[in-house]
Write a protein that binds this ligand. Structure first.
Ligand code: RB5
Length: 164
């Protein structure tokens, strides 16, 4: 049985071929930050399809086996598109620090996606730290509006899940 504390420290990570090298760097960085990392692949720079890895990370979050996910492709866009199809996932493409900070503070994003063709590894590490270290503000007395907006996202999810 995995404890809530263990799940809180568990991060799922994945990439396609374009993001492979950066994914390996970010995996090491997360380990150095004290996180347990579940790597769903890919395992080389051989051509592959980003939806396969985005789905694997998103489903890990959806099943509640990790609290956060990190996905790297060429731009971060394709990974976010796929991950956001999975109920319970709020993925944000962050290729600069501001989005990384505010998608945590206001949106309680649980999956960070980045574009290895758009940012240097050092910038990606900084964005990773901001994402992992910034708290959601929705539980604060002055943060109710954020929680209300999150509830609307959940309502949309429920609507389309019903229609399947
Ligand atoms: C692969 O060439 C590229 O399309 C992919 O990594 C990603 O950028 C898609 O969003």
């Amino acid at each position: 049985m995995i404890s809530p504390e263990q799940i809180e420290r568990m991060v799922a990570i994945g990439s396609d071929h374009a993001g492979y090298r950066l994914k390996e760097e970010l995996k090491a960085e997360l380990g150095a930050m004290g996180y347990q990392v579940r790597d769903v692949g890919t395992d080389s720079e051989r051509n592959c399809d980003y939806p396969d890895f985005a789905l694997a990370v998103a489903e890990t979050i959806g099943r509640g086996e990790a609290s956060k996910g990190v996905l790297v492709c060429g731009t971060g866009a394709g990974m976010a598109m796929v991950a956001n199809k999975v109920p319970g996932v709020r993925a944000a493409a962050c290729n600069e620090p501001y989005t990384a900070e505010y998608c945590r503070r206001h949106n309680d994003a649980n999956v960070l996606t980045m574009g290895a063709r758009m940012i240097k590894p050092e910038a990606a590490r900084r964005i990773l730290h901001i994402f992992m270290e910034t708290d959601y503000e929705g539980a604060r007395p002055d943060g109710a509006r954020h929680q209300g907006r999150l509830e609307k996202i959940k309502e949309i999810e429920r609507k389309y899940m019903k229609e399947q």
